[in-house]
Design a protein around this ligand. Sequence first.
Ligand code: FAD
Length: 311
Amino acid sequence: MSLLRQPILLLSRSRQAKRLLSTLPVSSGIVASYVPGESTRSAADAAARLIDGGLTVTLDFLGEEVAEPEQADATVAAYKDLLEQLATRGLSRKSEVSVKLSAVGQSLPVNGYKVALENARAICRAARNAGTTVTIDMEEHRTTDSTLQILRELRKDFPETGAALQAALFRTEADCRALAHEGSRVRLCKGAYLEPEDVAFQSRVDIDRSYVRCLKVLLAGDCYPMIATHDPRMVQIASSLASRYGRAQGTYEFQMLYGIRPDEQRRLAESGETVRVYVPYGVEWYGYLIRRLAERPQNLSMFLRSLVSKK
Ligand code: FAD
């Protein structure tokens, strides 16, 4: 792990830093390289460009840990608007949406579970009406049980709903086994949050080993694995395991974030793989950007330069 990862990730919890850094416009160099815009229109335009280039997308309306039910309602309205635009523009067959449960109410002090479940259900319904699906993002480890419980509830009516699991957590191999049954869509990522030693692997080597163990469980199972990583080694290992387990292209997919390794996204797509790009949009880009900077501290100086010049 980079020495800078922990201090950078701690910034994501600082309200003062958020107030200062959020004054940057979304169009500023570093923000724009990870987030295509603030509006539904800019998100749908980015989706159209990527789909034209042979890729598929999952769109995320940025925001997390909402503190008021009205903010959660606003998030649901934003997803409904997006899903309508995707359907109208003929983009929904190659697009889906990613939802953070804390953006739809999970973190509310009263009835958080119930509100998040109802709001997520409303988004699943809108996605189905638009001809597409939802994947539930995974947030920090204290939300994992509640998130998987909500997933189970949603899958009763919307079995096409997927969820992300994080290889950094000790529990994830067992969670993969539980979800590796028919039809489940499971996104495997390394995990973007700062997690304590009693629940998570801390070293890159241990996280990578866990990632490979989880890959084996998912690729050997009957689920639809969504392999979310930019790591060239993990991509190569996933490809070999897919062949070893007799998986045809299209029975799993690779996923990468908007703006990260676009050449590799195209290369994989040209080799016949399904590649989905995660496209975040909206004004609440702060937490997302800090997690990306923590993964790539080399970008920190570029970020600080944008802050000084405010462009
Ligand atoms: P790393 O070991 O971090 O990186 C491997 C290589 O990728 C690096 O050497 C570098 O070449 C390149 N790279 C990595 N990051 C960057 C960057 N920021 N800029 C430029 N190059 C870079 N995490 C969650 O906790 N919950 C989620 O729901 C979730 N959903 C995700 C969905 C998708 C589609 C993806 C791709 C990631 C998601 N993540 C999520 C984030 C994930 O957990 C990791 O934090 C992130 O992907 C970095 O891990 P990595 O596998 O790319 O490997």
